[in-house]
Design a protein around this ligand. Structure first.
Ligand code: DOR
Ligand code: ZN
Length: 343
């Protein structure tokens, strides 16, 4: 197989930031994907419908002329999100989910939720409206080992939440562990999970190969090989509860190569090529279209895209960096060869 033609895929988890960065990163995503779920962890966070709709306009202004790309907006859940804000979001028709960042779990999460019982009214309104909760599933308890934070979050917070509100639609984002896969697999169809290309391709050794590799640091952090294998098995299983979400997260080079480097891996420059690499390694390219283009819109109740993309078997070298305003951005697989290329 030298060419792979697929229904145009969507990215169900993406960071594009704001301001001048938009013009540098949005075109990478818009080239490949029809739609993307846009993360609301700006500074200040996107907590209202009005803020989300204004942010949507700024993103649309960064889409290159002639390219058909739709940003799907989200709200950032706080302890105080009112139920009316959820209804406003739903009525807008342009906001498709609400994001849960446990306070302090990751980049720009300080305004996040300190206790999942606090936004109870908002969560009930979401369950009623069918608006999914997108979960950054990690505990913030410093006593919990950083590699165990996802599994502990599921036991302490996610399972109890779903017991209280079984009708709530939930996406466990960027799953990194076998326990995350098992949770989604055994949950009802209202619970899904996204998988990133970097967690499918790399295990935690990639952070330490020959020295400290800050461009392989993200949250949830890369895990050991047995977990990576569980993620690949889920992505290629044909189970509709698992679909594509890159978590592409641009940070300037200097903020990554620092004494206290930011979490985030940039993969939007070659997202589908990277997923193709992971699926080819598992001899499962025939499963890529369902994962990348079908299961996500089916879960969100949106139509599948009508256009198509083609990946060709062709070697190309990923640039060492891309511009990001006055700064630069180091992409995943910088300087390395990929074996698939989007036409
Ligand atoms: O690695 C990450 N980067 N994980 C997150 O949860 C946030 C993201 C970002 O915004 O940079
Ligand atoms: Zn993210």
């Amino acid at each position: 197989m030298n060419e792979l033609t697929l229904t145009r895929p969507d990215d169900w988890h993406l960071h594009v930031r704001d301001g001048t960065a938009l013009a540098y990163v949005v075109p990478h995503t818009a080239r490949q994907f029809g739609r993307a779920i846009i993360m609301p962890n700006l500074k200040p966070p996107v907590i209202s419908t009005a803020q989300a709709l204004a942010y949507r306009e700024r993103i649309l202004a960064a889409v290159p002329a002639g390219v058909d790309f739709t940003p799907l907006m989200t709200l950032y859940l706080t302890d105080n999100t009112p139920a009316e804000e959820i209804r406003r979001a739903q009525d807008s028709g342009l906001i498709h989910a609400v994001k849960l960042y446990p306070a302090g779990a990751t980049t720009h999460s300080d305004a996040g939720v300190t206790d999942l019982r606090k936004p109870a009214a908002a969560l009930e309104a979401m369950a009623e409206a069918g608006l999914p909760l997108l979960v950054h599933g990690e505990v913030t308890d410093p006593d919990v080992d950083v590699f165990d934070r996802e599994a502990v979050f599921i036991d302490r917070h996610l399972a109890p939440l779903l017991e209280r509100l079984p009708q709530l639609k939930v996406v466990l984002e960027h799953i990194t562990t076998r326990q995350g896969i098992e949770f989604v697999t055994s949950a009802p169809a209202t619970v899904a999970g996204t998988l990133t290309a970097h967690h499918l391709l790399l295990n935690r050794n990639a952070m330490f190969s020959g020295g400290l590799r800050p461009h392989h640091y993200c949250l949830p952090v890369l895990k050991r090989e047995t977990h990576r294998q569980a993620l690949v098995a889920a992505a290629t299983s044909g189970n509709p509860s698992f679909f594509l979400g890159t978590d592409s997260a641009p940070h300037p080079k200097h903020a990554k190569e620092s004494a206290c480097g930011c979490a985030g891996i940039y993969s939007a420059h070659a997202a589908m090529e990277l997923y193709a690499e992971a699926f080819a390694a598992a001899d499962a390219l025939d499963k890529l279209e369902d994962f990348a283009s079908h299961f996500g819109p089916d879960f969100y109740g949106l139509p599948r895209n009508k256009t198509r993309i083609t990946l060709r078997r062709e070697e190309w070298q990923v640039p060492d960096s891309y511009p990001l305003g006055d700064e630069t951005l180091v992409p995943l697989y910088a300087g390395q060869t990929l074996r698939w290329r989007l036409r």
